[in-house]
Design a protein around this ligand. Structure first.
Ligand SMILES: C[S@@+](CC[C@H](N)C(=O)[O-])C[C@H]1O[C@@H](n2cnc3c(N)ncnc32)[C@H](O)[C@@H]1O
Length: 219
């Protein structure tokens, strides 16, 4: 049986965790590199990031990959994360904003339409029902042909990454807060094909931790 990790648990956990999130780079960095390679960010004029955390990916996108005219909106359920991201994105204050989210999945108040909807290591802490809601909310604010770009924990592909993924799933089922509420999942199996057409999927393994990279076009 899997223990619950509620929206309130997530808010409390990430308010405490704060800047420590950036220490997850030992497995996230390679996955984010793959996401950036496949997300066609140089052609994007607007980005919405769901669960932006400390703003680490946003700063990378704004400094090196998005056109100078592109607009960025990030949102997060944690006040600590919103503050960290706002501080980090000060150099791009004129074209970026970071908003505190209630944790819901209606993104229409953030403006629209967005050419890219980005979310990394967030869907893997939502329930499957919440993921479907979040994907519908994202689809409602995506440009037609806009891209959903995600990275998250997934099942392993070889001996070591499969063992890591199984251990991670076990830890999550015993006490979700041990692993920040996140568990390995296959997002490609959940994405509704009536809304999104998957254009790229790969599994990147770093330090034995497998991450699924998904790029899907809004239909
Ligand atoms: C594992 S961290 C990932 C942060 C960042 N995206 C990264 O890759 O480093 C998960 C983030 O999602 C946020 N979060 C959790 N549930 C959320 C929700 N329902 N809506 C928005 N943000 C949420 C947390 O506060 C946290 O910052």
């Amino acid at each position: 049986m899997t223990a619950e990790f509620s929206r309130e648990d997530a808010r409390r956990f990430y308010d405490r965790f704060g800047a420590k999130q950036d220490r997850q780079g030992f497995y996230e960095n390679a996955a984010l590199d793959a996401l950036i390679r496949n997300g066609r960010f140089s052609g994007a004029q607007s980005v919405l990031e769901i669960g932006c955390g400390t703003g680490r990916l946003a700063a990378r996108l704004l400094s090196d990959h998005l056109p100078a005219s592109a607009r960025y909106v990030g949102e997060d359920i944690s006040e600590t994360m919103v503050k960290l991201a706002k501080d980090r994105l000060k150099p791009w204050a004129e074209r970026s904003e970071v908003r505190l989210s209630s944790g819901g999945f209606d993104y229409s108040s953030y403006g629209r339409p967005f050419g890219r909807i980005v979310s990394t290591y967030v869907f893997d802490l939502l329930s499957n029902e919440e993921i479907v809601e979040a994907l519908a909310g994202a689809h409602a604010v995506a440009q037609k042909g806009g891209l959903l770009c995600t990275a998250g924990l997934t099942k392993g592909t070889g001996l070591f990454s499969s063992a890591t993924s199984k251990l991670w799933t076990l830890a999550h089922s015993m006490k979700p807060s041990l692993v920040g509420g996140c568990r390995p999942l296959v997002l490609a199996d959940i994405v509704p094909h009536t809304q999104w057409r998957i254009v790229h999927r790969e599994v990147v393994v770093s330090a034995t931790v497998p991450s699924e990279i998904l790029v899907a076009e809004a239909t």
